[in-house]
Ligand binder design. Sequence first.
Ligand SMILES: Cc1cc2nc3c(=O)[nH]c(=O)nc-3n(C[C@H](O)[C@H](O)[C@H](O)COP(=O)(O)OP(=O)(O)OC[C@H]3O[C@@H](n4cnc5c(N)ncnc54)[C@H](O)[C@@H]3O)c2cc1C
Length: 315
Amino acid sequence: MFQENVLLKHHSNYKIGGLAKYFFEAKSIEEIIKAVEKARLIKTPFFILGGGTNILFNDEGFDGLIIKIKNSRLRQGFGGQAKIKIIKVDAGVFLERLVEESADTGLSGLEWAAGIPGTLGGAIRGNAGAFGGEIKDVIKEVISLDISGLRSKIIKRNNQDCKFNYRSSIFKSNGAKEIIIEASLLLRKGNRKSIETAIKQNINYRKERQPMEYPSLGSTFKNIDAGKIAKKQHKSFELIIKNDPFPVIPAAYLISKAGLNGVSCGGAMISPKHPNFIVNVLNATASDVKNLIALVKKEVYKKFRIDLEEEIEIL
Ligand SMILES: Cc1cc2nc3c(=O)[nH]c(=O)nc-3n(C[C@H](O)[C@H](O)[C@H](O)COP(=O)(O)OP(=O)(O)OC[C@H]3O[C@@H](n4cnc5c(N)ncnc54)[C@H](O)[C@@H]3O)c2cc1C
């Protein structure tokens, strides 16, 4: 059902955002196509939404159609004894469910993803990652819908063709030309107990170090590729470089050293617990968050001559 004037704050993990003129939850590929066609018919822009865990909606809302991807099938491969299992997962499936189901069936390969919210589609587009793992490590094939032409067409890509990169993929670098529909994942048979232990450890690590008590979008900025830092400057960062998924200087470290821990604007605050998180402490607006983003970029540049780049998206 197409809805009108839907408050986007209810569809964002940030709990921020004004009204969307139109809103549609698409539960199948047919419904996704129908929604795109409808937007074209009424000549309105549209935006694809997954779990809303990496997107900051503006206070003015969106003067168009939000298509929320809600297909949710998780098929094949569970059970059985083969060492490698292929599972087919719809883009609208939440990573949390995927991690849980793979642990329940003793499949290894997604432990790093424990605690990352959002859908598989969002994770593939941004090549989500943590604790040294990335979604690209388990992707065999991605099926997407190319909506750039007059008629939508299905595209199948293998892992290499997805051009995965740090927090990026062809689905991101191509602009919004394609909608991810489903993917096949390669998981290994593993020891159920060790899988569950790894998942627990990763979730506990997050609870200890991330401000889970407030709405957020996770890390606001990408970490800095340590290989791209000038040799002279590199030395001063040696002790804090971490390998995730390659040697990086954590943005949180730079923000903290710029003296910004706990700085707030309106209802938004740079978390003292994890300074790369800008949290919604009390009815923050998108402007509050954007002001803090601008401040962080300015101060980090002033101190280190390093340009931070947003990991989150703003619509
Ligand atoms: C507490 C917290 C912790 C986090 N920790 C991590 C972390 O450790 N690592 C990490 O990488 N991220 C992390 N994130 C960020 C976020 O969870 C991921 O980026 C997630 O993969 C986004 O998925 P989503 O479905 O919510 O995408 P959305 O926020 O809904 O959308 C993000 C982008 O993906 C596009 N998109 C979504 N679905 C599709 C689709 N089917 N087809 C095409 N485009 C699509 C949207 O148009 C948008 O451009 C964290 C977020 C939070 C709130």
